[in-house]
Design a protein around this ligand. Structure first.
Ligand code: NAP
Length: 329
């Protein structure tokens, strides 16, 4: 219905911004209205390439645009709080990239601000919104492979080494944990809840961020999760749940959740693929929630974001990573 059409603005014209631009164009009821970049020329180029209505040469101008309903924050982690607060201050609903913030204190500030202003706010952890994730949770809780005792999942890739770039630069919140470790941690906590204990390990690189890190979680129900992430080596990109009566395997790239392979006596493939962009689900979720007058998503509530940020704070404390901005506060 035209009355429910929502105009989107993208803040920051980087890599993920271009993927979201394509996804927004696939969702009925979503219009890609504005792009904001620190550089007007870059903004205009982005607008031409992705069919954006208006290009802005600053984030402030984008957030002040009265036609825009929702701002998608697509800047490096260390700016998520500042840019989310800017959008909320200007009366915009917000979809903020993962990790939601650098730490749980910043997370609280962002959530509090959205509630005070009566605006919707959600973390862009899209893989938790895919149909395959729902199916996986149902299969595990329904006992498809008996009682699950153990799981493993990883997300590791080899980024070209550049100490100044987002992934390696501590000023921009660099490191594997916050960039990709958050995916296997999300998978485990989405299925089993918050762990009761964990052990973490990391290989810290020359810039002082974790280039490889591992997380061994133990949940209240006794399940153990062995998870890992990397920005310096490729890993298998797969996830497997081991139960007393079989296994559920999600092949590479597991976070896209295209199929689940169940082995319990025989082997069966469950098709969980979908049409279009994997990011379209989060765009749709934001629109649906706003149209229902919700301030948070029932599928990805603030409590879930708060829990995962708090877990990552504790992991960072164990592996010895503090970001420069935090040391100043
Ligand atoms: N959900 C996913 O699948 C996914 C995938 C990749 C990344 N991400 C998340 O999205 C965020 C952005 O990642 P990205 O890979 O898109 O990063 P990127 O390509 O480096 O782009 C980030 C953009 O942020 C803006 N920015 C503002 N201040 C900056 C600064 N001091 N240094 C660098 N850039 C600055 C820039 O936009 P302007 O120059 O236009 O102002 C830049 O193009 C990260 O938090 C990351 O975790 C999510």
């Amino acid at each position: 219905m035209a009355v429910n059409k929502k105009n989107w603005g993208i803040l920051g014209a980087g890599l993920i911004a271009s993927r979201l631009a394509k996804a927004i164009s696939q969702v009925k009821g979503a219009e890609l209205y504005g792009i904001g970049s620190r550089n007007l020329e870059k903004s205009i180029k982005f607008a031409e390439e992705y069919g954006v209505v208006k290009a802005f040469g600053s984030y402030e101008e984008l957030c002040e645009c009265p036609e825009i309903d929702i701002i998608y924050i697509a800047t490096p982690h260390s700016f998520h709080k500042e840019h989310t607060l800017l959008a909320l201050k200007n009366g915009k609903h917000v979809l903020c990239e993962k990790p939601f913030a650098l730490n749980v204190n910043d997370t609280e500030e962002m959530i509090t601000s959205s509630k005070e202003k009566n605006l919707f706010l959600m973390e862009a952890m899209w893989s938790c919104l895919l149909p395959g994730m729902k199916k996986l949770k149902e299969m595990i809780s329904g006992g498809a492979i008996g009682q699950v005792l153990y799981m493993e999942a990883d997300f590791g890739f080899q980024a070209p080494y550049d100490p100044t770039a987002r992934l390696f630069n501590p000023v921009l919140g660099g490191g594997a944990l916050l960039d990709v470790g958050i995916y296997p941690l999300s998978l485990a906590t989405y299925i089993f809840g918050q762990p009761e204990s964990f052990k973490a390990n990391a290989r810290i690189g020359a810039t002082g961020v974790d280039e490889v890190s591992t997380y061994n979680l133990k949940f209240e129900n006794g399940v153990i999760a062995n998870l890992s992430s990397s920005i310096s080596v490729e890993t298998s990109h797969s996830a497997t749940f081991y139960g007393t009566e079989g296994t559920l395997h999600i092949p590479s790239d597991w976070w896209k959740m295209k199929k689940i392979v169940m082995t319990n006596g025989s082997k069966k493939e469950i098709d969980t693929s979908y049409e279009g962009s994997e990011y379209a689900f989060e765009v749709q979720e934001v629109i649906d929630c706003i149209n229902k007058g919700l301030l948070e998503s029932p599928s990805l509530p603030h409590s879930w974001t708060r829990n995962i940020m708090s877990l990552m704070d504790s992991i960072r404390a164990e592996i010895g990573i503090q970001y420069p901005e935090e040391a100043l506060s």
